[in-house]
Design a protein around this ligand. Sequence first.
Ligand code: PLP
Length: 395
Amino acid sequence: MNQGKFDSLFVNTYARGGEAIVSGKGSVVTDAKGKKYLDFGTGIAVSALGHGHEAIAKALKDQAAKILHTSNLYYSQPQIDIAKKLVKLSFAEKVFLCNSGTEANEAAIKFARKKASAIDPEKFHVLSFEQGFHGRTYGALSATAQAKFHEGMGPMLEGFHYAPFNDVAKTKKILDAHKFAAVIVEPIQGESGVNEASVEFLAFLRDYTKKKKIALIFDEIQCGTGRTGKLWCYEHSGIVPDIMTLAKPIGGGLPLGVVLATADAVSAIAPGDHGTTFGGNPLACALGAALLDVVSKKTFLKEVHQKGEFLKAKLVALANGGDSITAVLGKGLLVGARFSAEPKPILEACRASGLLLVKAGNNTIRFLPPLTVSYDEIDKAIEIFSEIVAKTELK
Ligand SMILES: Cc1ncc(COP(=O)(O)O)c(C=O)c1O
């Protein structure tokens, strides 16, 4: 491991060791020393079509030869293409394009506050849920109800409140106590360990927010765009938000954030209210449009579901054969294995053995393979993982 070798170059925001990753093909990435890894992390749920997918490579080549940047002073064709597809494929009527997940959530919160301020200037409160994760900039960070991310960064923004996830009674009590502009929730909390919102909880949020003219925002940055076996995670519950945020895979591997909204939810927004120089960059939008063409196909999504069931069944069998895995969680290929203790040694041993996985909160290891992963690759990953789980004693 080369930990420290390059760390002196960078601000100390990440604990990363090992060699640099230099290339990838399909579900496999290669490091600077030529070592190959099965990529079941996809750069934290980004590379949905794996590495070097031909549709992405073609879109990149074609658009790079046309134009890379226009700014938002003008339309660009790739923006128009992706916006048309997103509107056609979702509940949304309006699209805002930015560069990342945290930016998408910033925009969503601003849009909701602007609309609410026209009803009542005091209607600016925002509710989010414990263990949720919405990003690192101040609006998104204020909505991230986890003390460890706030420590030393305070004060957070005014008007942000937190309720326990999946707790209707406590959520109602908080909602009743303030004038809310927005409620933001992940239908499946990714970072904190693959925790699913119950249908009953989402139905309550939908019902309450509709009655009180509060924007219901679904953060599908991690659980959207095909990851769970449906194009959008809200399709599992049938509960439709007013605003939805996307990022991670939606740019086909390039930075792209998206806010999808009903026309009504963003009716208060006028030119100048919000903006970004790079947002909806033509190259990222061209890749995103190409990705959507693949990922939105019914047969593709069905396979994501089936592969997810296959992976989960293998993990359940492993859990039943020992006592260190306490739960197997998730939908589609957003899968978590929860352990009885901190599983970092397992994660590190998997990496050394050629399998990349991602840690999450609550003693959970996430499996986030490319949606194009093969059954053989799942088998291989489980073989490595099982061997390491069997020989690692967790403290
Ligand atoms: C659910 C969710 N929301 C927001 C974000 C922030 O996205 P970004 O890192 O692109 O700012 C993440 C990133 O992990 C996420 O998982």
